[in-house]
Design a protein around this ligand. Structure first.
Ligand SMILES: Cc1cc2nc3c(=O)[nH]c(=O)nc-3n(C[C@H](O)[C@H](O)[C@H](O)COP(=O)(O)OP(=O)(O)OC[C@H]3O[C@@H](n4cnc5c(N)ncnc54)[C@H](O)[C@@H]3O)c2cc1C
Length: 382
């Protein structure tokens, strides 16, 4: 049996960066992944948006740390991840959304978020040619940005390996052995491992992994589609998020990546619950109609590819982070909803401080994101 200080289940948006920060603290780390390489689960479905613009202190803090880490990735480690500081823009066309976002601004500023209300002219400067009919302005957070999910996963994999973390691909975790409320071994399709701490970072499969340990983790995935266009010269900078619901969708968002491609994604209404990742013919007509109405300049762009992935959702839209009461050496980093890519680096660093240093300064995060909350809240910007 191979023995480690920490075993992470899942080499995804969360597991890969986490392995680096834990290994950097001197811990012996193993990552067990059922797929053939890093980031092949939902990480590859993410379109690359990274914002600290949330509505609660825990996610704001985690993503502020992520932004700091990713912004410095090239300078510090020489890894190209296609980071762009383009900001996040929520354009507003109706009074109800304006009131809601302005109310949220007060809270966001309390949590030290760099965000402000900007008028319609400024919105048009950021996204030249945006539909100005009834445009009232919007909120803009200039420090948010984007990066390539595949490059970020690749960068963290090599950094983690340099620090001694070991990755076991094509190994599915199939069972656990527990004794006196502790996991004493993890069995995969190929081998058996023991670890001082076991981290469930299994994304859309976190619930199934939880059930193998007797812990019920309410993570239910739903399907989301995305697409990417051909590359063109840069013509707008921010991630544009339109949170006005219509009859078939809750919101949609898009930005132009470092290659010049416009990447976009929509949140279907009602949610399509389950693990279906087959693309549909309904997605493009639905999202394109909304995008062209908001930003007519996109009309001549050709779509290159579409895909469908999963949001590992929780009932309230917030992640689940922290140790469980049932199994004392089981740590959860699951239920990342639509933000696992942006949460990954920050959560990795924070978790390494909690586990390796016993640092208590992030207690407010594990208290807010505990499995034992009542899940009655709703994340406004999920
Ligand atoms: C269309 C779309 C667009 C998105 N856009 C964004 C975005 O712009 N920004 C953002 O932050 N997020 C975005 N997301 C959400 C993001 O992709 C997810 O929240 C994130 O990838 C979840 O990270 P994770 O590490 O929990 O899961 P994953 O990245 O899926 O990693 C979990 C890993 O666990 C492995 N695993 C599962 N079970 C086992 C087992 N039994 N044994 C071994 N390994 C196992 C899986 O194979 C997988 O590799 C988007 C999602 C979709 C679908």
């Amino acid at each position: 049996m191979k023995t480690f200080d920490v075993i992470i289940i899942g080499a995804g948006s969360i597991g890969v960066p986490m392995s680096f920060y834990l290994a950097k603290k001197g811990l012996k780390v193993a990552v067990l992944e059922k797929l053939a390489s890093e980031g092949r689960g939902q990480n590859r479905a993410a379109i690359g948006g990274i914002r600290a613009t949330h509505s609660d202190p825990a996610k704001i803090k985690i993503c502020q740390i992520s932004i700091e880490l990713l912004k410095r990735m090239k300078e510090e480690f020489g890894k190209e991840i296609d980071w762009i500081t383009g900001g996040y823009l929520f354009p507003v066309y109706d009074e109800r959304t304006e009131k809601a976002l302005k109310k949220l601004l007060i809270k966001q500023k309390e949590f030290n978020l760099n965000i402000d209300w900007i008028d319609a002219e400024k919105v048009d400067k950021l996204v030249p040619g945006i539909n100005k009919t009834e445009l009232r302005g919007g909120t803009f957070s200039p420090e948010d940005g984007s990066a390539s999910p595949l490059k970020v996963a690749g960068a963290y994999l090599s950094l983690a390996r340099n620090e001694g973390a070991e990755f076991y691909f094509n190994e599915e975790v199939i069972s656990f052995e527990t004794e006196n409320s502790k996991i004493i071994s993890v069995t995969t399709s190929k081998d058996k491992y023991s670890g001082g701490i076991i981290i469930n970072a299994a994304g859309g499969d976190a619930r199934e992994i939880g059930l193998l340990t007797g812990v019920n983790i309410p993570v239910i995935p739903d399907s989301h589609e995305a697409g990417i266009t051909e590359p063109v010269k840069p013509f707008f900078k921010p991630m544009v998020v339109d949170i006005r619901p219509d009859t078939q969708s809750a919101n949609y968002y898009f930005y132009q990546n470092k290659e010049g491609q416009v990447v976009f994604c929509i949140t279907p209404k009602p949610p399509i619950v389950g693990k279906d990742t087959d693309s549909t013919s309904e997605f493009l007509p639905l999202v394109i109609k909304r995008m062209l109405n908001l930003y007519p300049r996109l009309r001549n762009l050709r779509v290159r590819r579409t895909w469908r992935g999963l949001y590992p959702m929780t009932p309230d839209g917030f992640p689940i982070v922290g140790f469980t009461k049932e199994i004392e050496n089981l740590f959860l980093a699951a239920g990342m909803c639509g933000q696992g890519f942006m949460l990954g680096p920050g959560l990795g660093l924070i978790t390494s401080e909690i586990i390796a240093d016993g640092n208590r300064r992030y207690d407010f995060i594990t208290e807010q994101l505990t499995l034992y909350r009542n899940f009655s809240g709703t994340e406004m910007l999920k």
